[in-house]
Design a protein around this ligand. Structure first.
Ligand code: ZN
Length: 399
């Protein structure tokens, strides 16, 4: 098409205009890319935060004593125990404060005995240990010989009244009353003791229907080198009736009580199936057993010395306060004890009522627990997947 004379665009100017148009297009394309990247970044951050919230920060509603009822678990009741124990200040082995703490736990155990179901037999014992030597083959105390004597533990055994065989098949639930000398130990492990006392109160209302008994061990001497658990499992007259061990611990304070060591397939599946808010991380077990974390739990004694199968749970939020003066009640998040207590109550009711559980646990004790290679972790809060060597199964939880 011929160009008119009056045209303002010369043939020399056309490439410049085209270049300008191309440049505008490039700029807007770059802007769009930048907005897209920014959008994706915001989406990523928001998504990660949401996953974190669901996986680690979502806790159940704490219940009062009336809301939980006689047979439920109340965080408010458990917190009363934590409050008293922390009010004593640091209570390491050998201190007067630890004597007071032991007396308190004993008195609370006696109350549980008095209010138990009429078809349930509750025995409470203050156990003074003899002299003992604790030498472990692995872990934090590998190669050391630790001597102890005259430790005091509170033991609470709950069995159905008219089933004598239950006395020979006990599920041990264990934690420690003593703290290190620097802290009042709200997380480590007054929170565990509070949960166990409230759990025992609830279990004592249910145990008439059990096939096995439940033995709560409130030990002292854990912080000295796992001496409390060692003295119980090598000296106490009920030690040979224990078939399975559950250990409650804290390597921080608050948050979810997470399953981080487990050596019994049926127990892992059961926990996944019945726990109301299951939480589990196999990675922690690997890190813990590698020695990268300078810590140990009583679970090592139950596994290594007694050869028991079991499950080990710990609070791992705010690990910076672990064994410091900042391990204080103010850091206990609402819902944290409820999370541990409701999970444990559901698991114990299920395990203690099941004949298969004891049969399997007994068998597992005969075998080397080192052979077990179960892998477990939870996907958000809705389910736990348990991967076994030979097969894969997904066990949805009941929420
Ligand atoms: Zn501890």
């Amino acid at each position: 098409m011929p160009r008119g004379r009056g045209s303002s665009v010369s043939t020399h100017e056309k490439p410049n205009v085209d270049a300008a148009v191309d440049s505008d297009k490039d700029n807007s394309r770059h802007k769009r890319s930048a907005y897209l990247l920014l959008g994706l970044f915001i989406l990523f951050v928001h998504g990660s935060w949401s996953v974190y919230r669901m996986q680690f920060a979502s806790l159940p509603l704490p219940l009062g004593a009336e809301q939980a009822g006689k047979r439920g678990f109340s965080e408010a009741s458990a917190l009363k125990h934590v409050k008293y124990l922390t009010s004593l200040g640091p209570h390491p082995v050998g201190s007067d404060a630890l004597d007071l703490a032991v007396q308190y736990v004993y008195a609370e155990a006696e109350k549980i005995k008095k209010t138990a179901h009429w078809d349930v037999d509750v025995q409470v014992e203050l156990f003074h240990t003899d002299i003992g030597a604790n030498r472990l083959a692995g872990g934090l105390f590998k190669g050391k010989t630790l001597l102890y004597s005259d430790l005091k533990h509170v033991i609470l055994r709950i069995v159905p009244k008219y089933l004598p065989e239950a006395e020979e098949n006990l599920i041990l639930v264990s934690s420690h009353i003593d703290t290190v000398s620097t802290t009042e130990g709200a997380g480590d492990c007054s929170s565990c003791v509070g949960v166990m006392l409230e759990l025992a109160r609830g279990v004592a209302q249910w145990a008439h229907g059990f096939k096995s008994g439940v033995l709560f061990l409130f030990n002292t001497g854990e912080e000295e080198g796992l001496d409390g658990a060692h003295s119980f499992i090598t000296q106490h007259h009920w030690r040979n009736s224990v078939r399975f061990a559950v250990d409650l611990e804290a390597m921080g304070i608050s948050g979810k009580s997470t399953l981080f060591q487990g050596t019994h397939q049926w127990a892992l599946e059961s926990f996944a199936a019945v726990a109301k808010y299951p939480s589990a991380q196999i990675a922690t077990q690997d890190v813990f057993r590698s020695g990268a974390i300078k810590s140990a739990t009583d679970f090592q004694i139950y596994e290594e010395v007694a050869g028991l199968p079991g499950l080990d749970f710990a609070y791992t939020d705010t690990t910076s306060v672990y064994h410091t003066k900042n391990d204080k009640m103010e850091l206990l998040k609402p819902g944290s004890l409820q999370h541990n207590g409701e999970n444990m109550l559901a698991f114990l009711l299920h395990a203690a009522s099941s004949p298969k559980f004891m049969k399997d646990a007994h068998q597992a004790k005969q075998e080397s627990t080192e052979q077990k290679k179960d892998i477990f972790f939870d996907i958000l809060v809705y389910r736990i997947k348990i991967f076994l060597l030979s097969n894969i199964m997904t066990v949805p939880c009941n929420i």
